[in-house]
Design a protein around this ligand. Sequence first.
Ligand code: ZN
Length: 298
Amino acid sequence: MAKKKKRLRTDRLILVIIGLVVVIGLVIGGIFLLKDHKKRNTDTALDASNNQETETKTGIEALYYYEPENQARYEAYQALHPELAEEDVVWMVNVHLDEEPYTNLQVIPESEENNEVLLVNKHYCYRDEFEPAELVETQNGKLVTPNTKTAYEKMVADAKAEGITGISAASTYRSIDYQVGLYNRYVERDGAEAADTYSSRPASSEHHTGRTIDLMGPDGTLESFESTKACTWVHANAYKYGFIIRYEQGYEDITGYQYEPWHITYVGVEASTTMHDEGIHTLEEYYAKYVQHQPTQS
Ligand SMILES: [Zn+2]
């Protein structure tokens, strides 16, 4: 009997010990779980603050062509054009598209007048005395720069080899003096506002560069070029020779000109290929993203 009682007491003791061990285990486990939970909460909080940091960096300030001094103009232009993406607002302001045409003309420095890529428009112009460094005649006697001539004649020859004839230069280089007379005649006829949509003011014409060619159609007019096979071919292939269609359809607000399917400009193969590959349709955008600033190599 006494033996039985003793065994019973031992059993109870063992049960108590097991019970204690279980309770201690639960308590310790609980503490760990709590700690882990807390840690996870802190991690999430850290993640959130990291994200916030990344967010500020992916704003317009993170764009490689962002210019801090233009911040107020970016905001003003964005407010005026809520439909524009903010990354577009930045490059547009950088090339002065937020300013009224011809109001704050940037004169191309003499040292840059013969650069491969030249932006000449209603915001960028030449000094009045500008002349291209060298002009040569194309086969039909039109004046262009030597590089333009080489590229143009190769393009015409390659087109011909593919059965495309009828690529023919009408207007190429024009002196600033000549443009003075031309523009004034247009203004007299149609008024300045209308004339500005299709003609450049002197020193702001791309034709001064000697790198621009207006192609004509079979009846000798520029307008008839658009409906030709030559036009289709040129629009698809010109970039391979360093030419761009300078005033594309749908980009009038950027170029400042109506669609001119006949007006091609030599910018060099590097620029024309980049524009083609990156889907850049205006020289304004290319100039802002590849000349004013260069993309960082990744
Ligand atoms: Zn033209």
